[in-house]
Write a protein that binds this ligand. Structure first.
Ligand SMILES: O=C(O)CCC(=O)C(=O)O
Ligand SMILES: [Fe+2]
Length: 313
């Protein structure tokens, strides 16, 4: 049999108790709210303070650490190790070359200022033959690609024999000499056998100014990983041909690490080099004024991607 609900004499007591309970509830709620209001008054400045701190830290992490300042002159490579990414597992491994140790390094003692000035004049002459309508132009002496307006031309085809009046054998000899010294310093720094490293394409002079971009080729400032962008790169090097804050403003090189940015300030004859995988995600800060010249010289471990040094045809 199902239990029956019975009405009894204690009903009125019961509802009194219920009222009391409800009153108690309401009082507790009111005191909870006033307690909360109290907490809020105390917490609000703390929250505001933390938000300002967080904002400060996140803005600060936009440009955190300067690895090498323009005014320093490094007689020895300044080396910063970083763990290698797994990118290299997706490629055939070449003993004596495939990165086992990864990182980045900067040196001012591989190329002289005079040599860099000769290369800069070479870049000026070559790029004056064309140039992008936007802010970023390149000249690739190996393939002959030169920015022209919104596209590229091949200087060897476009200018034919005339090109001999613009570049000399000595210019190309200097390029080879500098390339070979950079190759050796990369090999010494990362413990490689330099005879197992090969120049790879593209290798190019760049000229960047503050003119607004006209095509995506002008958008040099995007974060990227060289191994993804260029495929064959295992080690990237940059030889700077102008001075940060003297020839141009902005234009710092930025490594974008998970815990913040690390910058290299360009300096004439400064060589910056790094393993090309995603351990070295990077970008170039937008150039605000002046003109920035540099050369990208990169190496592969895969002989199939090797190119010869640029030469006058
Ligand atoms: O010019 C630079 O500092 C960097 C250029 C670069 O990231 C590249 O050529 O891939
Ligand atoms: Fe790059």
């Amino acid at each position: 049999m199902a239990p029956q609900r019975r009405g009894n004499a204690k009903n009125s007591d019961h509802s009194a108790i219920e009222r009391k309970i409800k009153r108690g509830h309401a009082q507790r709620q009111a005191s909870t709210w006033s307690g909360l209001r109290g907490y809020m008054l105390v917490l609000m400045p703390v929250v505001a303070c933390c938000s300002v701190g967080w904002l400060y830290l996140s803005l600060e992490s936009d440009v955190t650490e300067t690895l090498v300042r323009h005014g320093e002159v490094l007689q020895q490579p300044r080396v910063f190790g970083v763990p290698c990414s797994e990118d290299y597992n997706n490629y055939k491994r070449y003993p004596g070359c495939t990165p086992q140790r990864c990182g980045r390094a900067v040196t001012d003692s591989v190329v002289t200022r005079e040599e860099a000035q000769v290369l800069r004049r070479l870049a000026e002459r070559g790029l004056s033959l064309g140039g992008s309508e936007g802010g970023a132009s390149i000249l690739d002496l190996h393939s002959g690609a030169l920015s022209m307006g919104k596209q590229f031309v091949n200087i060897y085809r476009y200018f034919g024999e005339q090109i001999r009046g613009i570049f000399s054998e000595e210019d190309f000899h200097l390029y080879r000499e500098v390339r070979s010294r950079i190759q050796n310093v990369i090999a010494d720094t990362f413990g490689l056998d330099s005879s197992h490293m090969y120049l790879t394409k593209p290798t190019f002079f760049s000229r960047i100014n503050s003119t607004a971009a006209k095509t995506t080729h002008d958008e040099y400032w995007h974060p990227h990983i060289d191994k993804e962008t260029y495929g064959s790169f295992d080690y990237t090097s940059l030889l700077y041909l102008s001075d940060y804050e003297i020839d141009f403003g902005g234009g710092r090189f930025i490594f974008m690490d998970a815990d913040g940015n690390r910058t290299v300030e360009p300096r004439v004859a400064r060589v910056s080099f790094f393993s090309s995988g995603s351990e070295n995600l990077h970008r170039v800060e937008k150039v605000g004024w002046g003109t920035r010249y540099a050369i990208t010289v990169s190496f592969t471990c895969d002989p199939a991607h090797a190119i010869d040094d640029p030469a006058l045809l």
